[in-house]
Design a binder for this molecule. Structure first.
Ligand code: NAP
Length: 253
């Protein structure tokens, strides 16, 4: 049985999709949650949902690619709740294109959000985790880290996140901080809906096509990923660090 009673969590990209499901799941298990998102409105909606269910939550608008905003979000979380125990780096975007059409801007935006964003929030969070000799971090990678046509920027960022986590697991392990990665396959969120729109395919048809290729014959839901994140943040996974778990309905998804 997972319990986060008394634990303080910060989830980037917490306003939508996998991040929002993660915020709600951590709160259901007793954590106070800082819901961090680029936009205030989705973050506030998730925080309000948690508070309405009797939990503790704080909405914070923050661009994870901006060092000042990230450090401020971590400090405001600590000021509100006392410390920071659990970190989930979920903020993400896609800017897909084949290499010959991939612009500098689309490369930089994806690397900045996923890779720089994970680095910045991990560096800001570790100060508190190392000082208290307790912390858990989970970063979001993807099956695209293994290679995916039209996603050179995203695949590079998501492979980079795995290397970042393995290295932080080595550096922070002596301070009782675990760092792990969850790598989803196809999950039904606004991100995959946007991909279907870009390809000009009806979303229901796109999901059915993708489900047919997945060994478990269904696309993932945000809750499927949130459950694994919660496990990795829990003390039940206290001896797991530096690992990447694919949550893809099969070995690749
Ligand atoms: P989503 O529904 O689009 O949610 C992504 C969230 O990240 C949004 O709330 C978005 O804010 C926020 N965000 C984007 N850029 C940000 C920034 N610079 N600073 C702070 N927040 C930012 O996507 P999702 O599918 O849940 O994806 C969550 C994570 O899982 C991402 O890292 C993604 O790469 C990864 N993932 C997803 C899938 C999938 O199939 N869905 C598969 C593998 C991995 P706004 O609402 O303001 O845009």
């Amino acid at each position: 049985m997972i319990s986060f009673d008394g634990r303080i969590a910060l989830v980037t990209g917490g306003g939508r999709g996998i991040g929002a499901a993660t915020c709600r799941t951590l709160a259901q298990h007793g954590a106070a949650v800082a819901v961090v998102d680029l936009d205030d409105d989705p973050a506030e909606a998730v925080a309000e949902h948690i508070r309405a269910a009797g939990g503790r939550a704080l909405a914070l608008a923050c661009d994870v690619a901006d060092r000042g905003q990230v450090e401020s979000a971590v400090e405001r979380t600590v000021a509100a709740f006392g410390t920071l125990d659990l970190l989930v780096a979920c903020a993400g975007i896609t800017r897909d294109n084949l290499l010959f059409k991939l612009t500098d801007e689309d490369w930089d935006a994806v690397i900045a959000t996923h890779l720089r964003g994970s680095f910045l929030v991990a560096r800001a969070a570790q100060r508190h985790m190392v000082a208290q000799r307790y912390g858990k971090m989970v970063f979001l990678s993807s099956t695209s880290a293994l290679g995916n046509r039209g996603q050179a920027n995203y695949a590079a960022a998501k492979a980079g996140v795995q290397g970042l986590a393995r290295t932080l697991a080595i550096e922070l392990g002596p301070f009782n901080v675990n760092v792990n990665v969850v790598a989803p396959g196809f999950v039904e969120t606004r991100m995959t809906r946007a991909t279907a729109e870009r390809l000009g395919i009806d979303f229901e048809q796109y999901k059915a096509q993708r489900a047919a290729e997945i060994p478990l014959r269904r696309v993932g839901q945000p809750q499927d990923v949130a459950n694994v994140i919660a496990f990795l943040l829990s003390d039940a996974a206290g001896y797991v660090s530096g690992q990447t778990i694919y949550v893809a309905g099969g070995p690749r998804g």
